[in-house]
Design a protein around this ligand. Structure first.
Ligand code: ATP
Ligand code: MN
Length: 518
């Protein structure tokens, strides 16, 4: 908080003025009837609207346009965002304090008093609650399923003087219920029942009301999800806050711009700062991979993680947002293993939620070209091939990993050698589909180098055997894949029978791939 404020003091005087009066004391101008957060979110909404209408935001923020986020130079147009961030931080801190006080107040008492109503951040706005209830968790249980048991609705007044019409009278009540449907959200289609003499029983009315309410919440959530998602063009406010914090802490000096918006991430370039005296130094140039918080991409890709025994136990318990963080975590662990084995790859600097900071492969803000893009002469092409062959072997044997998305798109050419990137989906060879992924990698690599004129390049099947140490003999792809799948099956049964628990983090403790020749 103090850090953000300090940064603020340096950079945005107007907001500081506003804030010195607001969160730290009672505002002088008491005519404002709603909270600052409300005002600002309205402004943000308008701004977003404008932005969308003009679609003036560039597809990819050019690296040369100047820094996006820097310690010394903050674009004043982001004051609003800064203010929001500040408010968000303040609200969170306030709530944390409230929780502490609530705990202290209640102590061990069996009857406790909730301070919930005094919270600043409404539970639905809080990232750790509302954002977590998304997508497939919702669809696992039918959201429209009626949870309440079907009971006969209570009849109004029964007993002496039965003919007195009370407000509980079925007919009166039914008509009233029908009329009250008008109060449902405008999007909720109630049909033309309102115009008819329709008597809606309390039970039906309540079920409808419940449905209308959950529909309303669902659409609000969809809207919110859209706003909160890390879209193609920019990052959501929470991601920006995390990025600001990195700059504030001095770890990064400047975030200069976006270098790629890929399938699963947005990658930024940054100049490194320092992590403090004792800590290891931050590379002079960094790449920041922000994993996209839109979930669609990840739904298709969860096979890479849910069958990975390292993450299996956790996967089933997690919500989608946390799974996305796990992707970032997975990339970090895989890169660390590769680094240990001496494979040329980005060096991990830090991981914060869904943001992975690593060393930048390239120079002066220009990322190294992909093998796909670079035109190598035949000598370099051959050199690159042998490097890739060696790296694949190291990856398999020493890191116990299969890249699982290896191709000329995920290999960079820098300083006369090949660098491997994009390993969030990499799995251990014992993964139920690990060998199939390896075969696919081999196919991409073989095809690329064969087309590139490297006569020594092994065929995909020979490459597969060379990497895995297996000796499959099928002379066509279909049979070869069948052999692979059969072995995967045997291995999976074996693993299941063993029920072995293996550690997630330390590659030293993990055993090398458990495959043997048939
Ligand atoms: P894609 O869908 O394009 O494969 P992705 O979401 O899988 O993207 P990456 O492949 O890891 O993400 O990164 C996307 C691009 O960003 C890379 O092709 C590369 O150009 C650039 N990039 C990523 N990491 C680095 C790095 N450490 N140094 C330099 N450039 C990088
Ligand atoms: Mn990639």
């Amino acid at each position: 908080m103090t850090e953000v404020l300090l940064l603020h003091l340096r950079c945005a005087d107007e907001i500081v003025l506003c804030y010195s009066e607001c969160p730290w004391g009672t505002p002088k101008n008491t005519t404002i009837s709603c909270s600052l957060a409300d005002v600002m979110s309205e402004q943000l909404a308008k701004e977003l609207q404008l932005e969308e209408e003009n679609s003036a935001f560039p597809e990819v923020v050019s690296v040369v346009e100047g820094s996006l986020i820097s310690g010394d130079n903050i674009d004043t147009s982001s004051d609003l965002m800064l203010a929001q961030m500040l408010q968000m931080e303040f609200d969170r801190e306030y709530d944390a304090q409230l929780r502490r006080e609530e705990k202290k107040f209640n102590g061990d008492s069996k009857v406790s008093i909730s301070f919930e109503n005094y919270r600043k951040v409404h539970p639905f706005e809080d990232s750790d609650s509302s954002e977590d209830e998304v997508d497939w968790q919702d669809t696992r249980h039918d959201p429209y399923r009626a949870d309440k048991p079907t009971t006969t609705p209570k009849r109004g007044f029964i007993g002496k003087g039965k003919d007195i019409t009370t407000k509980h009278d079925e007919v009166v009540c039914g008509r009233k219920n029908t009329a009250r449907m008008e109060n449902f959200a405008p999007e909720f289609q109630v049909g033309d029942g309102i115009g008819m003499d329709l008597k809606l029983s309390n039970h039906v009315f309540n079920a409808l009301k419940q449905h209308a309410y959950s529909e309303e919440r669902r659409s609000a959530r969809l809207h919110e999800k859209k706003e909160h998602s890390t879209a193609e063009k920019a990052v959501d406010p929470k991601t920006r806050l995390l990025l600001y914090k990195m700059v504030n802490s001095g770890m990064l000096e400047t975030i200069t711009g976006c270098i790629s918006t890929g399938k699963e991430s947005v990658v930024f370039h940054a100049y490194g700062g320092s992590l403090g005296e004792e800590a290891k130094s931050v590379p002079s140039e960094c790449a920041i991979k922000v994993f996209k918080t839109t979930l669609n991409e990840f739904k298709n890709r969860d096979k890479y993680i849910k069958d990975d025994y390292r993450f299996k136990d956790r996967f089933s318990k997690l919500n989608p947002r946390k799974i996305i963080r796990m992707w970032a975590e997975k990339e970090m662990h895989n890169l660390t293993r590769m680094q240990k084995a001496g494979i040329p790859c980005p060096e991990v600097v830090t991981l914060k939620k869904h943001i992975l900071v690593m060393s930048f492969i390239g120079q002066d803000q220009v990322p190294a070209p992909k093998l796909k893009e670079v035109k190598l002469n035949s000598e370099d092409m051959k050199k690159a091939y042998y490097q890739v062959l060696h790296m694949m072997q190291q990856l398999y044997k020493e890191c116990s990993l299969v890249h699982a998305d290896l191709s000329e798109y995920n290999m960079l050419w820098h300083g006369g050698q090949v660098w491997l990137i994009d390993v969030s989906q990499s799995v251990e060879p014992t993964h139920p589909h690990g060998l199939e992924f390896l075969f696919r990698d081999c196919r991409n690599v073989s095809q690329f180098f064969q087309k590139g004129g490297v006569s020594e390049a092994l065929s995909e099947r020979d490459l597969f055997n060379a990497i895995s140490g297996l000796n499959f003999t099928a002379d066509n792809e279909v049979d070869f894949l069948a052999e692979i799948e059969a072995l995967e099956k045997i291995n999976e049964d074996h693993v299941q029978n063993r029920g072995k628990k293996v550690s997630l983090y330390s590659s030293d403790e993990e055993s090398p791939p458990a495959f043997c020749n048939k």
